[in-house]
Design a protein around this ligand. Sequence first.
Ligand code: APR
Length: 230
Amino acid sequence: MTKIVILTGAGISAESGLATFRDSGGLWSGHDLNEVATPQGFAADPALVHAFYNTRRRNAAEAIPNAAHAALARLQAALPDDVLIVTQNVDDLHERAGARTVWHMHGQLTHARCAACDHVWDAPMQMAADDPCPSCAAPATRPDIVWFGEFPRHMEEIWDALRQADLFVAIGTSGSVYPAAAFVQEAARAGADTLELNLEPSQTARDFAETRLGPASAVVPAWVAEILGD
Ligand code: APR
């Protein structure tokens, strides 16, 4: 059976009302990523960082999965052992659309982590740095997000999956952040076919065998229907 590895980025959640990072009006046009998405920024001003993620956590909780999230959940349900969803997104819209296997390489807004003992628990909607860790009681609570300069999650399993893939599909990502931006080359090197579904060509568009442009809520369901032979 065709093994499909799918990488999603902020663009798949844009039509659910969640801001992307690099589009006009995106998160990085309104915030300095060094202040809110680095360990140094958290050390300098944990309250500012928690405020940034508290707002994103509330926005994500209020957002509704769109047709693209639903289509990927449908595909994974139809081909349960052959569809892996790797996401750079920290929202839970894939899961709320019904996806079962989702690897969040940049962490999750719904999780909190202790900076002292690494314990992870379900995040309250509003977090503060001096919230005590449920495990070690240290007042060292941080969002369970992978910041710039920290190691993305699941990387060994992701590289293995890319090397075994028959098809790699990137959806709603600008291809501007590594290691995710290198996935297409790794998959192609291993002989996989490659497809990009995006609103506009990404920075790595030339590495894809095929690019289909349009809003995710239109191009993703159309692609899934094609795969499932609707
Ligand atoms: N449908 C499809 N694609 C869309 C849509 C849409 N409705 N709206 C925007 N896009 C595309 C944009 O054209 C762009 O290529 O989604 C992409 C969003 O790019 P970014 O804002 O850079 O988001 P992303 O690629 O996920 O960023 C990667 O950067 O800052 C870090 O950790 C952060 O995970 C994030 C990583």
